[in-house]
Design a protein around this ligand. Structure first.
Ligand code: TRP
Ligand code: SF4
Length: 323
């Protein structure tokens, strides 16, 4: 069993695609999968600006379908439509020592970074408990996530162990399946992120994609066409060329860069061709989908998830002496 979730951030970009979705699509061939819209998680940090959550959820699910998540093979659902997640989080909270939550690295980091809002809330501190509930509800064996989420999966294992020891073995301890792709860099050289405005979206038009990549930052030493550069100092190379180009193309780009034999645009055109080829079928599938498709997929997925959640909760309640 595989479980993973994502906050509803709306239209998906290449960072989401390479960092998670591509992996999810691959996994659904080998495992029973549950993929969900973590809308309650969005409220842990965005409780004061919740308006876009519903629309963002629909947009995100449509992109999931467009990249090839198959609702016949994977259960695609919405966290808030399965209230058992809240019940399990409440019950796991009974056995969660507060210091385990306070030492969570993302808790400290985000409280320092997101200074525009008050994150001294119970919900934000308890975020990992909710995430553990999401995972344990489906008795996941494998959780595919990026490295930033690894401490949360480790916490989930600790809680599972504690539960199994205190009551009886109900939960397997889930393994972390790290996404191999390094962080996709955005067009300004920082991590690709919706909030930085440096992202390339799956649904962007070809001309837009071309324009954004053509303007992407490169080795700053290549000021003029005849200035040589170093691919290792070029965000376009480190993120995009390496990810998309063949070994032969990379050799040509490296050589041309170091000798100023090619210009940055010529170098990038090789990569852009691959990006366009990858996104074309996704954009076509996406164009044939509308909000009603997302809603139908979620409705069916929510029902499937609830059926599994009901079974797990019956076990959990019995183990904790609640019947
Ligand atoms: N915390 C994850 C993130 O911010 C989203 C998430 C919520 C998740 N519940 C999960 C991921 C369960 C994997 C499994 O990206
Ligand atoms: Fe980057 Fe290619 Fe320009 Fe070199 S030539 S700086 S690798 S885009």
């Amino acid at each position: 069993m595989v479980v993973s979730g994502a906050r509803p951030t709306g239209r998906q970009h290449l960072g989401n695609y390479h960092g998670a979705l591509k992996n999810w699509v691959r996994l659904q061939g080998d495992y029973r999968c549950f993929f969900f819209v973590a809308d309650w998680h969005a409220l842990t940090t965005d409780y004061a600006r919740h308006e876009p959550i519903a629309d963002n959820s629909v947009e995100m699910v449509l992109d999931w379908l467009a990249v090839g998540l198959d609702p016949d093979r994977s259960t695609i659902f919405q966290q808030s439509a399965v209230p058992e997640h809240a019940e399990l989080a409440l019950l796991l909270g009974m056995l969660t020592p507060v210091p385990w939550l306070e030492r969570n690295p993302t808790y400290k980091e985000q409280r320092e970074q997101l200074t525009d809002r008050d994150l001294s809330t119970f919900g934000f501190l308890g975020y990992p408990v909710l995430q553990a509930a999401d995972i344990l509800m489906y008795k996941a064996e494998v959780v595919p996530v990026g490295i930033d989420q690894a401490p949360h999966i480790e916490f989930t294992r600790e809680i599972a162990r504690r539960f199994n020891g205190l009551y009886r073995p109900v939960f397997p301890e889930p393994a972390t399946l790290l996404t191999e792709t390094p962080k996709i860099i955005g067009t300004d050289g920082r991590k690709m992120s919706k909030s930085y405005g440096n992202a390339i979206y799956l649904t962007d038009q070809p001309a837009e994609i071309h324009g954004r990549l053509a303007r992407m930052v490169t080795d700053p030493r290549r000021v003029r066409r005849h200035d040589p550069g170093d691919p290792n100092d070029c965000p376009a190379y480190l993120s995009f060329h390496r990810l998309y180009c063949t070994a032969e193309e990379l050799r040509y780009q490296e050589e041309g860069c170091r000798t100023a034999g090619i210009g940055c645009l010529e170098c990038k055109e090789i990569t852009i061709k691959h990006v366009q080829a990858e996104l074309e079928p996704i954009r076509e599938r996406r164009a044939r989908l509308g909000p009603e498709d997302a809603r139908a997929v979620l409705e069916a997925g929510n029902a499937r998830a609830r059926a599994v959640a009901a079974e797990t909760m019956a076990d959990v309640r019995a183990a904790m002496g609640l019947v």
